[in-house]
Design a protein around this ligand. Structure first.
Ligand SMILES: Nc1ncnc2c1ncn2[C@@H]1O[C@H](COP(=O)(O)OP(=O)(O)OP(=O)(O)O)[C@@H](O)[C@H]1O
Length: 234
């Protein structure tokens, strides 16, 4: 697949996503055109039902647009087959969830190695050292051989971020990643995301936490499947 170094890592052009509903056709995304620069920490806000999750699903190729095109790192993903998309997603998109979603029977290091085992991007003997290095990077190198249940919420979210980084994807996305954490721990998690953006990751976070607005280079508000703020591309 072709990769580019152009400024915008993610380009949506005229993206519409409709769902059939009893009363007709519902527009979850309504003709969205959006460019997201490489290495940016970006927030998406908006009321429930405004289309935030649908947008993340379109960017990660989980949903396909009804109309329009989606290009990520030079690859037009809306025309890929489901199997092409599955392998593309594994190395291009890292996802962080509100409730961490670590597998409870695997150690922290094994959780981080799992996406590497699925994608085969790194040789088997490199996977554990890579997992340990990622855990070190997110600040929990000493927790590698524990089960998730032995960790605090903040530590579990750090582990989930290490897992999202397993295959070194250019894009990280998170839906309310601090929704289950206290404010001090949330600050530490936003600082971690900001550091990853400085290292070149494009980090897209759905959040309602207004206290953390200063961490974001861009905040995109959504309403009725549309962007209702202009993004700055300084
Ligand atoms: N598979 C589907 N079939 C029908 N309607 C859908 C489907 N997926 C999403 N929708 C509708 O599209 C709209 C946007 O949903 P979406 O989940 O993107 O909103 P959201 O902004 O993420 O909301 P929340 O903050 O509650 O997660 C909602 O009204 C939802 O009901």
């Amino acid at each position: 697949m072709e990769h580019t170094n152009e400024k915008f890592l993610i380009r949506l052009s005229g993206v519409t996503k409709t769902f059939p509903v009893a009363s007709g056709i519902f527009h979850a995304l309504n003709n969205m055109t959006l460019d997201i620069p490489r290495g940016q920490l970006m927030a998406i806000t908006g009321k429930s039902g405004s289309g935030k999750s649908t947008l993340l699903n379109i960017i990660s190729g989980i949903d396909k647009p009804t109309h329009g095109s989606v290009v990520v790192d030079g690859v037009r993903i809306d025309t890929l087959s489901e199997s092409e998309l599955a392998s593309w997603r594994g190395i291009n998109i890292g996802v962080v969830f509100q409730f961490f979603q670590l597998l409870p029977t695997l150690t922290i290091a094994e959780n981080v190695m799992l996406p590497m085992d699925f994608c085969n991007r790194y040789p088997a003997k490199e996977r554990r050292p890579r997992a340990l290095a990622l855990l070190q990077h997110v600040g929990i190198g000493d927790q590698a051989d524990k089960l998730p249940s032995a960790l605090s919420g903040g530590q579990q979210q750090r582990a989930a971020i290490a897992r999202a980084l397993a295959n070194d994807p250019p894009v990280l996305m998170a839906d309310e990643p601090t929704g289950n954490l206290d404010s001090q721990t949330s600050t530490a998690i936003f600082e971690l995301f900001a550091g990853l953006a400085r290292l070149g990751k494009t980090v897209i976070i759905v959040t309602h936490e207004r206290d953390f607005a200063s961490y974001f280079e861009n905040t995109m508000a959504m309403a009725d499947g549309k962007m209702v703020t202009e993004l700055s591309h300084a």
